[in-house]
Design a protein around this ligand. Structure first.
Ligand SMILES: [Zn+2]
Length: 465
């Protein structure tokens, strides 16, 4: 009897898999596997990858389709049910709020645990901690108390204590939006790098300065490189194109050089020629036109209505606050970043009742459709690498971003001939197309191109403190 069971175990009976993704072309950038394979899933894990047929209780036929690790978005501000649906339809299985981060961390995770379509997580945020300590009335971004003056020494200690507590509660690193609190001293920022180094984690940073006019994008990056060198912290520079603009090639050269000399510096970009942020934030203090590379009111587009701004509407909406698209990034700079093997893909997405930037809904399909298929700016495998194993490695998560036995069964199945984004600046709430199946922890969340209703398989992604 015992021997029989043993043999049965070895033979892996047909019913052994809960779900099989059959006949697809499996592309796994971590192993460089690119071949017809069947993927067997048991529970929330990948249990087999086989050239021979597998049978399970349920099967997805992926003939003619690519089977890839689910995409990991390191920069997703929108962390609501609405946002998660758009992420899933864009192939994203893990959406993380790493730039602004959250505080308090434990409550944020508790609000989503067991209730999320896709995996979620966040850094311990310097901005929300500073806003709490300095009594700022802003919601996502500071607009008064946290920007009016430098923090006092006791305030700095309180801010640091809140950020440290977030790390104790499992946050994925430290989020830093220095540009939103330009009066934060160099030392206040350095202390956060020191904390990250102590905890062997990374800071995710929107750097202090942007654009070509000094102190600009190069100065902003050099602060981060100096702090990383001085403390040993890892650093991830968010949306390198929208902060660096025409200085992007210089800044990529600096990052490449720093990496060559042993610093752990990484970066990301989204595939659009406009950014978006709150018009009431410090980004739009006097001098914004120069810091954004010499743009004008007409290059700003109010998200609520899609209208282009004038001096008059700028003044009115700035008092009111709200999201504005900033058309400032040259197309050749976007393309350069997409093609650079060092630059990960991340969306910086947020949708609020259908309003926002198209990147929230379309980033991943846009890279695969426009920059891979149409423009040949990079290969499909390179694009997938920037969406899967690179962000997983940044997080230090060996169970994410891979089609491998034992890895989490987060899988995106798409049609390379059809995958495309549909979200636009005037109608951002449009699902991507050509992504018929998305699986999160072994559970299909997109099936036949539609979001599956009533499933909440997303896990909290935490760092072990
Ligand atoms: Zn940012």
């Amino acid at each position: 009897m015992a021997a029989g069971c043993f043999l049965l175990g070895l033979a892996a009976p047909a019913q052994d898999f809960d779900l099989v993704i059959a006949n697809g072309r499996v592309m796994d950038p971590a192993s460089n596997l690119d071949a017809a394979r069947n993927v067997g899933i048991r529970g929330a894990r990948i249990a087999a990858i086989s050239a021979a047929p597998l049978r399970g209780r349920s099967t997805i036929d992926a003939r003619g389709l690519i089977v890839a690790p689910g995409f990991i978005d390191l920069h997703q501000h929108g962390q609501t049910e609405e946002n998660y649906r758009f992420k899933a339809r864009d192939g994203v299985t893990t959406a993380l709020e790493m730039e602004v981060g959250v505080s308090p961390v434990a409550a944020w995770y508790a609000a989503r645990e067991g209730k999320s379509l896709i995996n979620f997580g966040a850094t311990s945020g310097h901005l929300p901690a500073r806003m709490a300590v300095m009594h700022d009335s802003g919601t996502l971004l500071p607009r008064d108390g946290a920007i009016e003056r430098p923090a006092t020494a006791p305030e700095q200690r309180q801010i640091l204590a809140l950020v440290r507590r977030g790390l104790d509660e499992g946050a994925l690193g430290i989020g830093l939006g220095i540009a939103y609190v330009p009066l934060a001293s160099r030392e206040e920022i350095l202390q956060l790098f020191r904390l990250a180094a102590e905890r062997h984690t990374a800071v995710y940073v929107h750097m202090r300065n942007s654009g070509p006019v000094e102190p600009g994008a190069v100065d902003g990056l050099q602060e981060l490189i100096a702090n990383a060198a001085a403390t040993g912290a890892s650093v991830h520079v968010v949306h390198i194109t929208s902060v660096s603009l025409r200085e992007t090639p210089v800044n990529l050269a600096i990052i490449r050089g720093a990496r060559k000399r042993g610093l752990d510096v990484t970066t990301e970009a989204y595939p659009y020629t406009a950014g978006m942020t709150d018009l009431s934030s410090e980004i739009f203090r006097p001098g914004w036109q120069q810091r954004q590379g010499g743009i004008s009111y007409h290059d700003l587009q109010w998200a609520a209505t899609g209208e282009r701004l004038t001096a008059e509407t700028f003044a009115r909406y700035r008092k009111q606050g709200g999201m504005v698209a900033v058309h400032s990034i040259p197309e050749d700079i976007v393309r350069l970043a997409m093609a650079d093997p060092m630059v990960m893909i991340a969306s910086d997405g947020i949708l609020d009742h259908g309003k926002g930037h198209p990147r929230a809904a379309g980033t991943y399909a846009r890279v695969l459709g426009r920059y891979v298929r149409e423009e040949h700016a990079l290969t499909l495998m390179e694009a997938l690498r920037k969406m899967t194993v690179m962000p997983a490695d940044r997080l230090g998560m060996k169970n994410l971003g891979r089609i491998a036995v034992g890895a989490n069964a987060d899988i995106t199945v798409f049609d390379p001939a059809r995958v495309t984004d549909r979200a636009t600046f005037t109608n951002p709430a449009q699902y991507s197309e050509g992504i018929p199946y998305v699986v999160v922890n072994g559970v299909p969340v997109v099936r036949g191109g539609d979001v599956v209703e009533g499933v909440e398989p997303g896990h909290a992604v935490r760092r072990k403190p």
